[in-house]
Design a protein around this ligand. Structure first.
Ligand SMILES: [Zn+2]
Length: 426
């Protein structure tokens, strides 16, 4: 049951040697760039060297399959992503992928063939940095994306997704052919760095994720009256930015009220028009990201924010519009797998806690089609999406051992639900 820490470290070094240094500090591996392509080719070589059957789908997700002892059983899948934000860290996503490959290499070392097949997954374009859409790979695979919308999608530099795809060696026109491989999974596991402070601050080694929060994103457009900053006496003003300030504080108040239901809310941006020093703001647009693992509480909080805005209207003269940007449903992860991971963590003597995830992960999209679970390892001081992101190798090895044990238990389980022929992926 050996995990080879030398092999794991060397793969870690190799992965993180590939970064776009023109962006400066930390790791920058934006999806569908040259750096992303070089890394994927390197990974495909490693996966093939491990005697896995490698396939790349129409959105660029990579799948590497290890056959099981019995045919016709659904696979146990596990993996994460390798793309990063701009000036990100070395651990986000990478830990899950390198642990996944180490699990397979270590099973080879042990001479173990599991009953079910195993499938290592590297999801394409998990980060929303390039296109403002997160988890492009897992969403496309689970048929949650509209090709027409992707055809007009541009990256932050204004480059078309279809042109980007062409350069990368993919064809957007083929997207309709994409298979939902999650239908072929018995279960899916993702090991990931926590990206928050809980485990590190409480000196815990493992987080067993109970649910993944999902955002409701919306804009609040406030329409007041622009006017001369010198000639308009205070009692005649309808200042949209003053209204926005009250709304921003109301959003914070509401989120704090529902904090025990894991509600968090962020007003991440406020654009003021005309936005000059000598004109009273006539218009303001606030961008709100409201999240929870509990959909009902998130909806209650949203309604309360609307009530608060209407209360503000009693003392200020303005109109407003709410512009819906996106809503995603929180995922509740599988109870049996949470229990299995907790049990295996206990067996390994690892201090663990069951906790929600505030960040979104590819697992969310897979969770609608098979049993899913996530394992967190600590992030020093909770820092992530930052060059100083850090997770110790001891923690990574603990997570990898745990992943191996739960994968082994799941892949040898006799509760065999056989393929429906129609969903079988050749
Ligand atoms: Zn990630």
């Amino acid at each position: 049951m050996s995990i080879n820490s030398k092999r794991l470290k060397s793969l870690f070094k190799e992965i993180n040697s590939i970064t776009d240094t023109t962006f400066g500090a930390g790791i920058t591996r934006l999806a569908y760039t040259n750096h992303d392509k070089i890394l994927k080719e390197l990974m495909i070589k490693h996966l093939s060297d491990a005697n896995l059957k490698v396939e790349v789908d129409e959105i660029g997700n990579i799948f590497a399959r290890r056959y099981g002892r019995e045919s016709g059983l659904k696979a146990v899948a596990f993996g994460s992503h390798l793309d990063s934000v701009i000036n990100g860290g070395e651990y986000d996503g990478v830990v899950g992928v390198l642990a996944a490959l180490e699990v397979i290499n270590s099973l080879d070392d042990d001479g173990i063939i599991t009953k079910r097949p195993l499938e290592l997954v590297i999801f394409a374009c998990e980060e929303s940095t390039r296109f403002n859409i997160s988890m492009l790979g897992s969403k496309a695979m689970t048929h949650k994306l509209d090709r027409q919308k992707l055809e007009v999608l541009k990256d932050f530099r204004g480059e078309n997704l279809s042109d980007i795809f062409q350069k990368y060696g993919l064809n957007l026109a083929n997207l309709d052919k994409i298979k939902n491989r999650a239908l072929d999974y018995d279960s899916f596991f993702e090991l990931h760095v926590e990206q928050g402070p809980l485990l590190h601050s409480q000196n815990l080694q493992i987080g067993v994720v109970s649910a993944i929060a999902a955002p409701h994103r919306f804009g609040i457009k406030i329409i007041g009256t622009a006017g001369h900053s010198g000639t308009t006496a205070m009692q005649y003003r309808n200042d949209a930015l003053c209204v926005a300030s009250e709304i921003i504080l109301a959003v914070e108040r509401v989120a704090k009220k529902y904090a025990d239901k894991s509600v968090v809310a962020t007003c991440g941006n406020c654009v003021v028009k005309p936005g000059v020093i000598n004109v009273i703001p006539g218009e303001a647009m606030i961008l709100v990201d409201l999240r929870s693992t509990d959909l009902e509480s998130r909806n209650l909080a949203f309604n309360e924010i609307k009530n608060e805005i209407e209360n503000i209207q009693k003392s200020r003269n303005f109109s407003y519009k709410i512009k819906q940007i996106s809503t995603e449903n929180p995922s509740v992860l599988d109870k049996d797998l949470i229990e299995l991971i907790s049990q295996e963590a206990r067996n390994l003597g690892l201090k663990h806690v069951i906790m929600p995830s505030g960040a979104g992960h590819d697992t969310m999209n897979i969770s609608e089609f098979c049993k899913t679970a996530m394992i967190f390892v600590p992030s020093r001081n909770g820092i992530s999406h930052n060059p100083s992101e850090f997770t110790s190798f001891d923690d990574i090895i603990n997570g990898t051992k745990l992943l191996k044990n739960v994968v082994l238990k799941s892949a040898n389980s006799s509760k065999g639900d056989f393929y429906e022929k129609s969903t079988f992926i050749k």
